[in-house]
Design a protein around this ligand. Sequence first.
Ligand code: BT5
Length: 326
Amino acid sequence: MEQLADRILLLLRFQPKRKIEINDLSKKLKAELPNVKAALKILNEWGYKFLQDKNKISFVSAPDILSATEISHQLKTKFTGKVIHSFNTVKSTNDIAHQLADKGAVEGTIVTAEKQTLGKGRLGRSWHSPEKMGIYVSIILRPKFTPDQAPGLSIMSALGVAEAMNEYAPKKVQIKWPNDILINGRKAAGVLTELSAEKNKINYVIAGIGINVKQSQSGFPLNLSGTATSLQQETGKEISRVELLKLVLVNFEKEYLRYRKNQLIKSLPRIRKWSSLLNQEVTLQWNGAAVTGTAVDIDRSGSLIIISKGNRMSVSSGEVTVVKKQ
Ligand code: BT5
């Protein structure tokens, strides 16, 4: 029945002015009338609205769901999101992407979910992923460069996400090295890149992106209430997750194509511009040790440069907190 619902959608969804007799729909789809009616009911349950005028039916509006039909409509990318695996509930979209990539999924394949029960952050941490509140997406990449060139993909992904979010919240978005996107100083999105490689060859990379879109402040658990925010909360505007996801995919792909050619060279000026840490006094926690110094730059490999007691350190990963605003 769900397949029939999808086929009805293909006929009606993208021609809003088209009115079809329900009987014709049933003939066209070679489906019994009661089945067509049942499939229309399913579409209603998914949130699609149709106008029924006597026996004619036409499309009115679509719900804000991350389905393949909605995401692929007028998606302006070359290869990202051309294959879409969309789920309602998963443990983690990154884990599903790993399974698909191991089976040979092509570059640009994406996995989306409305809800994650075990959404992952870095270093075994979790990502709070309530149903239909955010975007949870993983993108499969198959870069031709060597594994030592992969670390910069994290901040490259953050840049793509930040620039998409900036369209909704101009001048409020920042990137906190290496993978957080902040709005008004609070975390609204995070990126988790995972690499599968052997010796000098990358098998694939999974870029997992989580964005808080619709949560109100009370929608976050207590441990996040002082640090997390959502796009809708900060802008006061109703935001379509589907439209935002499409913009993220477009921006992500642009940055990735640049990265494949020149790594971060072309993106660095914008990364520096968006960065929340530069020229700040920061504490870096790294392998159980803590170092305090001034964050002065991000280099072309994506490392953070910190000057501590006159020594210049280049850091490729770690947790950084701002000590004092200058
Ligand atoms: C991240 O890790 O920020 C990476 C998050 C990536 C999530 C996406 S969703 C799609 C894909 N599938 C997955 O399973 N994961 C990816 P990290 O820098 O380690 O930050 C994690 C920390 O952020 C947690 O320990 C919390 O303190 C905080 N946090 C958790 N959920 C949050 C949320 N929804 N909003 C803001 N902060 C959150």
